[in-house]
Design a protein around this ligand. Structure first.
Ligand SMILES: [Zn+2]
Length: 408
């Protein structure tokens, strides 16, 4: 019995030997998906308790927050994989990674390959990446960017060990999107609105509503929004909340459909070449006729001369081409994977529903139709049924990043 306990605890003793009498040298680490306390303890050869002492937090159950910078020992990293499933024990795990079962047993402080592992992750010293605790059957999982802001379109991409994978959902707190596969490639997208609360919501991959994996992700607070007081007079003041809701409801049925595969072919471009300036940014808080700031601007406005060409920002299929009450002359393009472009207040529409447009094709002319006070183009971008910031989408080049993860 004592021998068994010793053998089980041996690796922890071995890993936990501190530098006597002096504070350990530390380094900064930007937390990535799968950088759990356990994965980091394997990576740096220290106990999870030592790592948590370096990074105090009242809740020890809480995993490191993706996008945060934490302190880790300034020692050489150990490379390898954490097999989080540990399915079939040491023997099956060793076979799966093409290594000796005795080596796996040794690396994990087990007396023999037949020793039960009780579902705990096994460390396998293969590969050239640090060990991470990823969802079962994932060999990699990356984020479109480490630190997210409210209002952004966010994406994950990764690879699976199998092409047979169920349909799944990606959630970030209250935001929900789809996870789709292309062979062994996997991509998940979601949109957060401009009213999304800063904090550390949990990023989760769910199958049939059950989380396969979850880790908190930093939603940064230091984003500055502009505040616009709008005064509506004349016909604009007559637009009712009911009319706005009815038009939105009809379009939301279109926006909530997800077509695959991606139709776009690279980075998105701005939907107009000749404009004077940006006249309103995404996320600007709006108060109408002295009311509360209860709504925000859902797109990016380009001030431009009437009749200027309006362009497709990326390849896609036209799903709306008509004059609407609030949005005026409207063209909506489905780019695939639940990503939609809307171009509004057009004076002329030059495309038809069902038409495939290439990036840069002229789809309409700048105007001031619908709920508009002057010639301008309003570009909105939806991801998973949520308006996101088109400017951040282009600056991050999220579209090209997703595509790179999708292609075989
Ligand atoms: Zn606008």
């Amino acid at each position: 019995m004592w021998r068994l306990i010793f053998l089980l605890l041996f690796p922890l003793f071995f890993l936990a030997i501190p530098a006597q009498g002096q504070a350990p040298e530390t380094a900064a680490l930007l937390v990535q998906p799968g950088d759990t306390w356990l994965a980091l303890s394997w990576r740096y050869g220290v106990s999870t308790a030592d790592l948590q002492t370096l990074n105090p937090h009242p809740n020890r159950q809480r995993q490191p927050v993706i996008g945060d910078t934490i302190r880790v020992p300034a020692t050489a990293e150990r490379l390898g994989k954490l097999d989080s499933g540990a399915m079939g024990g040491v023997l099956a795990t060793a076979v799966r990674h093409g290594v000796s079962p005795w080596q796996v047993a040794w690396d994990n402080g087990l007396p023999s390959p037949s020793h039960p592992v009780l579902g705990r992750p096994l460390f396998i010293a293969v590969g050239d990446a640090p060990p991470r605790q990823l969802p079962p059957l994932f060999t990699s999982l990356e984020l479109s960017h480490a630190q997210a802001y409210p209002g952004e379109g966010l994406a994950v991409r990764g690879e699976l060990t199998t092409a047979a994978w169920p349909s799944a959902q990606l959630t970030l707190g209250t935001a929900v999107g789809d996870v789709v596969t292309n062979g062994r490639r996997v991509v998940g997208l979601l949109g957060t609105g401009a009213f999304y609360q800063p904090g550390t919501p949990e990023l989760s991959i769910k199958v049939a509503g059950q989380p396969l994996w979850a880790q908190p992700w930093r939603m940064a607070a230091d984003k500055e929004w502009t505040y616009n007081q709008m005064t509506l007079t004349g016909t604009a003041a007559e637009i009712t909340d009911e009319a706005i809701a009815a038009e939105r409801g009809r379009l939301m049925e279109i926006w909530n459909q997800t077509s695959t595969p991606p139709q776009w072919t690279g980075s998105f471009q701005e939907p107009i070449a000749n404009y004077l300036n940006y006249s309103s940014f995404y996320g600007a808080r709006r108060s109408y006729n002295g009311g509360p700031y209860s709504t925000y601007h859902e797109g990016l406005d380009f001030s431009a001369y009437g009749g200027s060409d309006v362009l497709a920002p990326a390849r896609g299929t036209v799903v709306v081409a008509e004059f609407l009450y609030v949005r005026g002359g409207a063209v909506i393009i489905d780019h695939g994977l639940g990503i939609y472009t809307g171009l509004y207040h057009l004076s002329g529409i030059l495309v038809d529903v069902g038409q495939v447009v290439e990036q840069g094709d002229v789809v309409g002319k700048v105007g001031s139709t619908g709920f508009s006070t002057g010639n301008h183009l309003h570009w909105d971008l939806l991801v998973s049924g949520e308006w996101v910031d088109p400017m951040a989408w282009r600056e991050r080049d999220t579209a090209a990043w997703i595509l790179a993860g999708w292609k075989e």
